[in-house]
Design a protein around this ligand. Structure first.
Ligand code: SAH
Length: 252
């Protein structure tokens, strides 16, 4: 059997820096404008890299992880804009299904269908998903994760409680920053919890290569007119911390 080697993809450089500091025997390999960091975390081999943004970039990065580094499983963390009214900034979404919301080859295929695969959604393996749900649940219980932030930060982002939701994530090459964009996606994908720009592309590559994956997103903004302000402040102050704790918990 192939030795376990975890690929850790982060959608933010800030997040990657923290994870890289967990690596023992760290080495750096630069290729294709990406810096891959190899080493071990808790005696398990790991490769850590910033995905870069958008579907093409992130699909390329994960392909490189699989083909060149021989990863046997993948964890992806990043931020996302909330579509579901039940989500607040700081909540965590674990994808049980992923769709490329900008994939539309009608009339030759149905909307969202991935050419040649004949499916519209991708799913993480049940065992990996279940395990992730348990661990992330432990991480946020009793406000443990929020309490790592200063009181000022908790207040600033109104982080009084934090929930974890499991459901559908939609990905595409679009940053959602208006209520109209939200309404439009809800009209065609009513059960989408949040939107981002990489997850479903990464999931497709993992599916095609038979690599178990899990995609976890922290809500950074409400995908509306406020999203740019919320997003930038949240990333620098909160998301990088949460991302690191998520990876620590999943690699324990
Ligand atoms: N910080 C960068 C932009 C990052 S692109 C800059 O300012 O130049 C946006 C990243 O956040 C992507 O990883 C995307 O997946 C995620 N994201 C967060 N909120 C989003 C939203 N409202 N719509 C789409 N993607 C969002």
């Amino acid at each position: 059997m192939k030795e376990k080697r975890i690929g850790i993809l982060g959608a933010m450089p800030e997040e990657i820096n923290g994870v890289v500091s967990l690596l023992k025997d760290k080495k750096e390999i630069v290729k294709g404008m990406r810096t891959y960091y190899t080493g071990t975390i808790n005696n398990v081999e790991a490769v850590v890299v910033f995905s870069r943004w958008g579907k093409v970039a992130s699909a390329t990065t994960v392909t490189h992880l699989i083909v060149e580094f021989g990863i046997t499983e993948l964890i992806f963390t990043g931020v996302a804009g909330a579509i579901s009214k039940d989500l607040n900034i700081g909540d965590i979404v674990i994808a049980n299904s992923l769709v490329q919301h900008d994939l539309d080859a009608r009339p030759i295929m149905k909307r969202f269908e991935i050419p040649l695969l004949g499916i519209t959604e991708l799913y993480p393996p049940k065992e990996v998903l279940d395990n992730t749900i348990v661990r992330i649940g432990e991480l946020v219980e009793n406000g443990n994760l929020i309490n790592l932030l200063s009181l000022i930060q908790q207040e600033k982002f109104s982080l009084t409680s934090q929930k974890v939701m499991i459901g559908k994530i939609a990905s595409g090459d679009q940053f959602f920053s208006s209520n109209l964009e939200k309404e439009n996606i809800l009209a065609v994908l009513p059960d989408v919890l949040c939107v981002e720009m990489e997850g479903a592309a990464v999931a497709q590559v993992c599916f095609e290569y038979g690599i178990p994956f899990v995609i976890i997103r922290t809500i950074s903004d409400a995908a509306n007119e406020n999203s740019v302000i919320d997003f930038n402040e949240f990333i620098s102050q909160v998301a990088s911390k949460f991302g690191l704790e998520i990876i620590k918990k999943l690699t324990k």
